[in-house]
Design a protein around this ligand. Structure first.
Ligand code: NAG
Ligand code: NAG
Length: 510
């Protein structure tokens, strides 16, 4: 197919050798830090060789116990399913607009751990889930749903948007019947979102500070979880010395105005998007307590206040992993196979821990970090390819906007894409088949060290705005952010088998 010719997962190598050279050089720069400043890249290779290179087969065995799922057991959604999933509300690209987007704009303030702004962001996230709760617990109505859509449409109309409202509407109409098979019917109550607050104090170079991890779980009774995580704090940047002497820095509200858009406001917005878009599918009456549930973790205190060290960094994830390792939970079966007993700790029910970081900028290049989850990386690349075929890939949407192609109500989309195909260089996927030769130290480490399988979604090289004040609204492509959101929606749908028709055996019985 002509459109597929332009899909190129590792296009950089073959097509733009020059750029690939630069790319390698940058990566080296990133991976071998010369100073201790902030996010140090550890060569996890040295620490966890088996996780990095170990068992790259799809079906991972640890000690003879089946721990991973096989890639073959996961089906990739069809093009039509992908379109349906991407249209589950919220569905306007504008939700990722850094200035007006309902999911993103409220996060884009300096939010250093322990400051009032950090608390404001916590409140925004908690309110968001409380609202979802209200809709879910009361069942929601056609009117409420229409109202929410109208609100989003008004928002979209206020800003420039590539997809017109009526086009969205007619596309939605197309999927309405199938849609009803997989989602809780409006008016029927769902189970809401369970919330856990992990609030604690820890010593920092600027004294004791309070941190709060926010954890939302669809079905807290489920024994196993698919986890998506990101950190919501922003890094502290002290004021210049000529404005304030060092001994007066407070590690808090005297920070420079750093709003950390890719790091990690966009990943947090993607988590919010997952919760709302999958809410009704997760509430489907055919799902029961045995089905693996969705859990979303917003970490506080990922960033170091000064230099990235074992004690000055990862405050939130270190605390939560330790807390959950000590929490014993009843267990009637051992689907993850990481322990054979009748009780386990609260980490063992995590089938897969997906950590998103530094996303939202153009041209990400995410390699595969761990052999144990290489199949997840590969499955996600398949999803990308399918999204591309369905013309729903974020890179396509971005290219379309850059080429000045506006989707009009009455035009034939295909025409636009033909023009794009002719004018644009090949699209490169967000994920690359290349394995990373090192790891990036991040919130997954405290979990990885305790045996949790990790899919780390972080681009190498990092976005060029990384830890600069320019990591702001200008660094964000709403199309790329939405592209990632569609990828993870589809991944969660595939993984949790949300489109399995009622009555069919679920994965656990395979
Ligand atoms: C949502 O509702 C559940 C069940 O009533 C409750 O336990 C939970 O705290 C609520 N979550 C939020 C975020 O308000
Ligand atoms: C808190 O956020 C507001 C924007 O809402 C910003 O103007 C203010 O400077 C922030 N405070 C700190 C201490 O960063």
């Amino acid at each position: 197919m002509a459109k597929n010719r332009k899909w190129n997962n590792d296009g950089l190598q073959q097509i733009q050798p020059l750029q690939e050279k630069q790319h390698r050089a940058e990566r080296r720069m990133v991976v071998l830090p010369t100073t201790g400043i902030s996010m140090i890249i550890l060569l996890l290779l040295a620490l966890f060789p088996q996780q990095v290179f170990g068992d790259a087969s799809f079906n991972t065995n640890r000690g003879g116990v089946k721990t991973g799922r096989t890639a073959a057991a996961l089906e990739v959604s069809s093009l039509s399913d992908l379109e349906m999933i991407s249209l589950w509300g919220p569905s306007t690209t504008d939700r990722f607009n850094p200035y007006t987007g309902s999911l993103l704009a409220p996060l884009l303030i300096p939010r250093v751990s322990g400051t009032a702004n950090n608390t404001r962001v916590q409140e925004f996230i908690l309110d968001y889930f409380a609202k979802l709760n209200t809709t879910s617990l009361t069942g929601g109505t056609e009117e409420a749903e229409a109202e929410a859509e109208a609100e989003a449409e008004a928002e979209a109309a206020a800003a420039t948007t590539t997809t017109t409202n009526s086009k969205l509407k007619s596309k939605k109409l197309k999927h309405q019947n199938r849609d009803q098979l997989f989602r809780r019917a409006l008016g029927t109550p769902g189970i809401g979102w369970h919330v856990e607050l992990d609030r604690f104090t820890d010593k920092t170079p600027f004294g004791e500070k309070t941190f709060t991890n926010l954890i939302f779980t669809k079905n807290p009774k489920a024994e196993n979880r698919l986890v998506f995580a990101a950190h919501f704090d922003s890094k502290y940047f002290p004021p210049p010395l000529d404005q304030k002497p060092k001994n007066q820095w407070n590690g808090g509200d005297d920070t420079l105005p750093f709003i950390a858009a890719t790091d990690s406001a966009v990943p947090c917005a993607i988590l919010l998007d997952l919760a709302a878009s999958l809410d009704r599918a997760l509430d489907h009456p055919s799902r029961n307590d045995k089905d693996t549930t969705l859990q979303l973790i917003f970490f506080d205190g990922e960033e170091a206040f000064q230099d990235w060290t074992a004690t000055d960094s990862l405050y939130g994830s270190r605390h939560l992993a330790e807390l959950w390792a000590m929490r014993s939970v009843p267990r009637s079966r051992t689907a993850t196979g990481r322990n054979g007993g009748s009780t386990s700790n609260n980490l063992e029910g995590i089938e897969l821990f997906v950590l998103l970081d530094l996303l939202g900028a153009e041209g990400p290049n995410v390699p595969s970090f761990f052999g144990a989850t290489h199949w997840v990386h590969q499955h996600t690349m398949l999803i990308e390819q399918r999204l591309w075929e369905a013309k729903l890939h974020g890179g396509q949407a971005l290219a379309r906007r850059k080429a000045g192609i506006q989707e009009r109500e009455d035009d034939d989309e295909a025409d636009d894409m033909e023009r794009l195909d002719e004018d644009e260089p090949p699209l490169k996927g967000f994920l690359t088949a290349a394995p990373a030769w090192g790891g990036v130290d991040d919130d997954h480490r405290p979990f990885l060290q305790r045996g949790v399988p990790v899919f780390h979604v972080i681009p190498l090289p990092f976005p060029h705005v990384w830890h600069k004040l320019e990591d702001n609204a200008d660094a964000i492509s709403p199309e790329v952010a939405e592209g990632w959101a569609n990828i993870f929606r589809a991944f969660a749908v595939d993984y949790l088998q949300l489109l399995k028709p009622r009555g069919q055996h679920r994965r656990d019985e395979l």
